[in-house]
Ligand binder design. Structure first.
Ligand SMILES: *Cc1c(COP(=O)(O)O)cnc(C)c1O
Length: 468
C-alpha cells in the first residue's frame, strides 16, 4: 500500500490543525470541557470496515477530541508536575515520527544512537553529575527508577556473591530498600516490577522539612548490617520540592555499602541553575539518579533519563545480545542500557531542547519557574481566606483555604480547600490539584512550563480570588 502521494496535502492540513491549537492555547480553558459520555459518543464509532482517506481521519480526529484536551502546555497549568514543550523540541518530535527510526542500535539507526550519546554527555554536564556515568533515555521517571534500581539490584547482590541476572531472586540474599516516608509512588512500582516487592521497602520517618536524616538512617542500616541495602533519596519532594541533605546521608550509606538512588524527577534540574544549584550539593556522590525530560526540560511526552555511576552494573542489568543483532564495537547501542528493545528515537527532541536553549537558557527557564512559583504562592497568600502552608524554595508550593465559619473543623477546612480548588479548575482560568500533606488537604502549586509568564501569575491569583 503506497501512500506517499497523500503526504503534501495531509501534512499541510495537519500543520494548520497544529497551528490552530497552538494559537488558541493561551486563551483556551485550561481544563478539558468535554464529558466522558461526549468523548465516548464522538470517538467510539464502530471499527471501520475498510480504508478511509487519511485527511478525513485526521480532520475527524481533531473535531472529535475537541474539548477533551487539557491545555497543560499553556501558561496557567499548575497541577501535578507536567511542564510544556519548547518549540525546537516539538519540531524535532514531529521529525522523529517522520523519520520513524528504530532507535535500539547503532546499526539500525546510526544518527539516533549518536544523538543519544551526545544527549547523555550534555545532560550529565547540565546536571553536574559525574561525566563517567552511564545513562538511558527512557519514557519517564518511572522507567528511569526501574532502570537505575535494576542496576542497584545487580550490584548489591553481586557484592553478596549472587548473580541476579542468571539466578533471579528466588533464594537470593534479602534486599532492604530504605526510604524517606515522603517518596513518590513510582518508587514502589519500580520495586514491584523488579520482583523485590513492597515489603522490602522500609519507611524512615523524615524531619519537619521532609528530609531524611543521618541518625534514623544509621539506625535502620545497623538493624540488619548483613543485608544488601538500597537507600532512596529525593531531589525535589513531590509536595514541597525539598532536597535530602546528601553530604550528611551519603557517607552513612557508604559505611554500610548501600547503593544510593536519587528520585530527581523535576528537582534535579535545580542543579542546572547557578542560583538554585546549592540545594543539590553533594547529590553527585550518589550511585544513580532518575529524572524527567518531559517535566522541567519541557520536552514533549514521553521523555525520562536514568543515570548510573557504576557503568558495569548498569550494563550487566540491561545488556542484551542475540545472534541476529549487529552490535557495534565502537558506538553506543541503546539496547544494552535501556529496558526496551525496539524504541522511539527519543533523543531527537531532547537534543533539540538542549541545543535551542543552551546552558544559560536552561538555567534561566529553571530560575523563572521558581520565581513564578514564589510570586504565585506569596501573591495568593495575601488574599483573605488563604493560608500558605509552604512557600516555594524551588517551584513547588502549598496553599490551603480554611472554612471561615465559626467553629469550623479540620475536615471543614479540607472540604473548603477541595471546593475552592474545584471552582478554580471549573473556571478554566487556571488549573491546580489537591494533595494531602501532613494529614491536611491543600492545593498544590507547581510551576514548570516554559510557557508561564508574569501575566499568567497575575491571572492565576485573580482566578483564586474569584473562586474564594
Ligand atoms: C513525576 C514524578 C515521578 C514520576 O515520573 P514520570 O515521568 O511520570 O514517570 C517520580 N517522582 C517524582 C518526584 C515526580 O514528581
Amino acid at each position: 500500500m503506497k501512500s506517499e502521494s497523500a503526504y503534501p496535502q495531509l501534512l499541510r492540513q495537519t500543520l494548520d490543525h497544529a497551528l490552530a491549537y497552538l494559537e488558541a492555547l493561551p486563551e483556551a480553558p485550561v481544563a478539558a470541557t468535554a464529558s466522558l459520555e461526549e468523548l465516548r459518543a464522538r470517538l467510539g464509532k464502530p471499527l471501520p470496515a475498510g480504508p478511509v482517506d487519511p485527511l478525513a481521519v485526521v480532520d475527524r480526529l481533531v473535531r472529535d477530541v475537541a474539548g477533551g484536551l487539557t491545555h497543560s502546555s499553556g501558561g496557567r497549568f499548575f497541577s501535578w508536575v507536567i511542564g510544556g514543550k519548547l518549540p525546537a523540541s516539538l519540531a524535532a518530535d514531529w521529525l522523529t515520527s517522520t523519520w520513524d527510526q528504530n532507535a535500539g542500535m547503532f546499526a539500525v539507526a546510526p544518527a539516533a544512537a549518536v544523538v543519544e550519546e551526545v544527549c547523555g554527555r550534555w545532560l550529565l554536564d547540565l546536571l553536574h553529575l559525574p561525566s563517567s556515568a552511564s545513562f538511558a533515555l527512557v519514557t519517564g521517571c518511572q522507567m528511569a527508577h526501574v532502570t537505575c534500581l535494576a542496576a542497584a539490584r545487580n550490584a548489591v547482590l553481586a557484592a553478596k556473591g549472587w548473580d541476579v541476572e542468571q539466578r533471579g531472586l528466588i533464594g537470593a540474599p534479602p534486599i532492604r530498600v530504605l526510604s524517606g516516608d515522603q517518596r513518590h509512588g513510582t518508587i514502589e512500582r519500580a520495586v514491584r516490577l523488579l520482583g523485590l516487592g513492597r515489603d522490602c521497602v522500609i519507611d524512615i520517618a523524615t524531619d519537619n522539612n521532609g528530609q531524611l536524616r543521618a541518625g534514623p538512617l544509621r539506625a535502620a542500616l545497623a538493624s540488619a548490617p548483613a543485608a544488601a541495602h538500597i537507600v532512596l533519596l529525593q531531589a525535589g519532594d513531590l509536595n514541597t520540592g525539598s532536597f535530602d541533605p546528601y553530604d550528611e546521608i551519603i557517607p552513612v550509606a557508604r559505611e554500610f555499602d548501600a547503593w544510593v538512588h536519587v528520585d530527581g524527577a523535576f528537582g534535579l534540574w535545580a542543579a542546572a541553575s547557578p542560583e538554585y544549584r546549592h540545594f543539590t550539593k553533594g547529590v553527585e556522590n550518589a550511585d544513580s539518579w532518575a529524572t524527567d525530560g518531559h517535566k522541567w526540560l519541557n520536552v514533549p511526552y514521553d521523555s525520562g533519563f536514568a543515570f548510573v555511576a557504576n557503568r558495569a552494573a548498569h550494563y550487566r542489568s540491561m545488556a542484551h545480545h542475540a545472534a541476529y543483532l549487529d552490535h557495534s564495537a565502537v558506538a553506543r547501542d541503546q539496547v544494552d542500557w535501556n529496558p526496551e528493545y525496539s524504541r522511539r528515537g527519543r533523543g531527537f527532541a531532547t537534543y533539540a531542547a538542549i541545543a535551542s536553549l543552551g546552558r544559560q537558557g536552561i538555567a534561566q527557564m529553571v530560575a523563572e519557574c521558581c520565581q513564578h512559583a514564589h510570586a504565585l504562592v506569596t501573591g495568593a497568600g495575601k488574599l483573605p481566606g488563604v493560608e500558605v502552608l509552604h512557600v516555594p524554595h524551588i517551584n513547588q508550593g502549598l496553599l490551603r483555604f480554611p472554612d471561615p465559619s465559626p467553629g469550623a473543623s479540620e475536615e471543614d477546612h479540607d472540604r473548603r480547600t477541595e471546593a475552592v480548588t474545584a471552582r478554580i479548575v471549573a473556571s478554566g482560568e487556571a488549573h491546580f490539584a489537591c494533595t494531602t500533606w501532613r494529614g491536611r488537604r491543600c492545593m498544590r502549586v507547581s510551576v514548570c512550563s516554559c510557557a508561564t509568564d508574569a501575566a499568567d501569575i497575575v491571572r492565576a491569583i485573580a482566578a483564586i480570588s474569584n473562586a474564594l
